[in-house]
Write a protein that binds this ligand. Structure first.
Ligand SMILES: Nc1ncnc2c1ncn2[C@@H]1O[C@H](COP(=O)(O)OP(=O)(O)O)[C@@H](O)[C@H]1O
Ligand SMILES: [Mg+2]
Length: 223
């Protein structure tokens, strides 16, 4: 589903002079697996997810999603791959606060040119799974942080992407909500037969995944 082979990422002008955020990272995430990467702030977690999503390209090495080498794609094709096959979840939710919950969940379908009535049942089904169906008409700004992240997870899953990438999905939540949100995300991903890679700085929350890898100063220990 997702494979890195000998991936390095250096920010800055030239290799050697810049800041190397990832060093020779290799791993494979098979279809259906739920993997957590745990590492401190600045260890390269977001850089790794950006490369996996094709938001950025590696300085060296190869990133493959669904068996396709992302460097062989045009910017446009990488955007389409991200839109069609990948769901993203962020620490700060990235929702539109003044819009109702249901429109926030529906956004990826609207962006892809869908008609609202075609995906309304799907929106409500997902909201029901995270116990927010009764909040569908409320503006997102009325929700708690944990509720906002549950909305963001529904949005990420809306178009049945095969790969979900989550960057510190509980980084802005208290302990109780962190567990609740992560358990819901794992459950939904499994039900949807998607593959999940999430990063966190919490070992406990990483422990909920099928596999936990560590990253330290851009070096991944996937043992
Ligand atoms: N766009 C960028 N330009 C320059 N340096 C960056 C950029 N993004 C991240 N970095 C640096 O790369 C390293 C890894 O950052 P990041 O991947 O964001 O770590 P994490 O998500 O684990 O906190 C850090 O030293 C950070 O300052
Ligand atoms: Mg980060």
């Amino acid at each position: 589903m997702l494979a890195f082979s000998h991936v390095s990422k250096t920010y800055g002008e030239t290799v050697g002079a810049g800041l190397t955020a990832l060093h020779d990272v290799s791993f494979q995430v098979p279809s259906g697996r739920r993997v957590a990467i745990v590492g401190r702030s600045g260890s390269g977690k977001s850089t790794l997810l950006h490369l996996a999503a094709g938001i950025d390209l590696p300085t060296r090495g190869k990133v493959e999603v669904l068996g396709k080498d992302l460097s062989s794609f045009s910017d446009r094709d990488r955007t389409l791959l991200r839109r069609n096959e990948i769901g993203l979840v962020f620490q700060f939710f990235h929702l539109l606060p003044h819009l109702p919950v249901r429109e926030n969940v529906a956004l990826p379908a609207l962006v892809a040119g869908g008609k609202p009535r075609d995906f309304e049942p799907r929106v409500l089904e997902l909201l029901d799974r995270v116990s927010l169906a009764d909040r569908a008409g409320d503006p997102v700004s009325n929700l708690s942080g944990g509720e906002m992240q549950r909305v963001a997870i529904c949005r990420a899953l809306l178009r049945r992407p095969r790969l979900i990438l989550a960057d510190e999905p509980t980084g802005n939540l208290d302990d109780e909500n962190s567990w609740l949100v992560l358990e819901l995300m794992l459950e939904l991903v499994t039900r949807e037969k998607a593959t999940l890679l999430y990063v966190t700085h919490s070992r406990e929350l990483a422990g909920l995944a099928d596999e936990t890898w560590r990253i330290h100063s851009g070096v991944l220990d996937a043992a």
